[in-house]
Design a protein around this ligand. Structure first.
Ligand code: ATP
Length: 323
């Protein structure tokens, strides 16, 4: 292996830049050329390639987003698109890929390696922490910290006005951000896609809090909660009891941005380093992960199709007891 290319694809996540930096510097250290591909699979089709050196990745560790940009590319989902991308990689002399992204990105990498026999290693980059084969994905820790910061700020105003706030956080299929941020932010209730919460149970919790002289309440709702999101939950609560002064906040895309936490910087560095070393050992079709604070590898097919319940049982149990 002489020329490794790195790209980011799907949704951006804080920590991707630390990973890109590690791929570039590890590759160069071991005598390889490293090529950056801009805008993921779209960049492969458009030949958006550029050579990277140690300086191309100076001063990027602290930046959110991805310096390589990212894109969602429909053309790449077709066989013709994949052929075009591969022809361009071949023409540029690229003989291995490091893909940073989510399961869609991994599926694309799996197709390339299966159809054209090009070595690929994948790194899980998504704030949702919903990928199989790793305890943590890149960006999850930073996003959770961002949500906690928002909860703290909302708590100030909630407390001053004796209000009930419903805060919606990202997580269509996984409640990892909601659960952790809810516990760390002292939320009165947390609503998750993995566990249905009846509106009557929520009201009982809120009323019990009010009886205990709680002057403000914060309910964290993952966007994939079965009640249909924060506005719907607020509406359903208001239909049954009207004495709370309720407000709704949807945190939205601010959860994707910001300077990565130390955890995500280290995780990105470890995963990028491990991905390049694995390629140079001759490995392919794997996702680099972190399990029990050790770097792990999961077959790409399994990481794409596997499902894992990521919510820690003790956190689930304590979330109601400590609230
Ligand atoms: P996130 O979790 O943030 O959504 P992701 O990597 O899952 O990240 P997707 O938009 O699903 O994001 O996928 C990124 C890109 O991967 C797509 O735009 C497409 O180019 C490619 N891709 C996704 N699915 C496939 C597929 N079945 N075959 C080939 N390529 C795919």
């Amino acid at each position: 292996i002489k020329k490794i290319a790195v790209f980011t694809s799907g949704g951006d996540a804080p920590g991707m830049n630390a990973c890109i930096r590690a791929v570039v510097r590890t590759g160069i250290y071991y005598g390889c050329e490293v090529i950056g591909i801009k805008q993921g699979y779209q960049g492969m089709i458009d030949k958006n390639f550029f050579p990277m050196n140690r300086h191309s990745v100076s001063n990027i560790m602290q930046l959110g987003g991805t310096i390589l940009k990212t894109a969602r590319c429909l053309e790449f989902k077709t066989e013709e698109g994949q052929q075009k991308a591969y022809d361009n990689l071949k023409e540029a002399g690229i003989d291995a890929l490091v893909a940073i992204g989510g399961d869609g990105t991994f599926t694309g990498a799996e197709r390339l390696s299966r159809n054209f026999n090009i070595p690929v290693m994948c790194v899980p980059g998504t704030i949702d922490n919903d990928l199989y084969g790793t305890d943590f994905t890149l960006g999850f820790d930073t996003a959770t910290n961002t949500v906690i910061d928002a909860i703290d700020k909302i708590r100030d105003t909630a407390e001053s006005h004796d209000r009930l706030f419903f805060i919606e956080v990202m997580g269509r299929d996984a409640g990892c951000i909601a659960l952790r941020a809810g516990i760390a932010g002292g939320a009165e209730a947390i609503m998750l896609p993995e566990k249905e919460t009846a509106i009557d149970d929520l009201i009982n919790t809120l009323e019990a809090g009010a009886k205990n002289d709680k002057s403000s309440s914060i309910v964290i709702i993952a966007e994939g909660d079965k009640n249909g999101g924060a506005y719907n939950v607020a509406q359903k609560v208001k239909e049954k009891i009207d004495y709370f002064d309720t407000k709704v906040t949807i945190l939205g895309h601010l959860q994707r941005g910001g300077s990565p936490s130390s955890f995500d910087r280290i995780l990105g560095s470890r995963m990028g380093f491990a991905a390049v070393k694995a390629i140079l050992r001759g490995e392919t079709r794997q996702m680099v992960g972190l399990r029990g604070n050790n770097i792990s590898f999961t077959d790409l097919e399994q990481s794409i199709s596997g499902h894992e319940f990521k919510l820690e049982e003790d956190l689930m149990e304590m979330s109601t007891i400590l609230a």
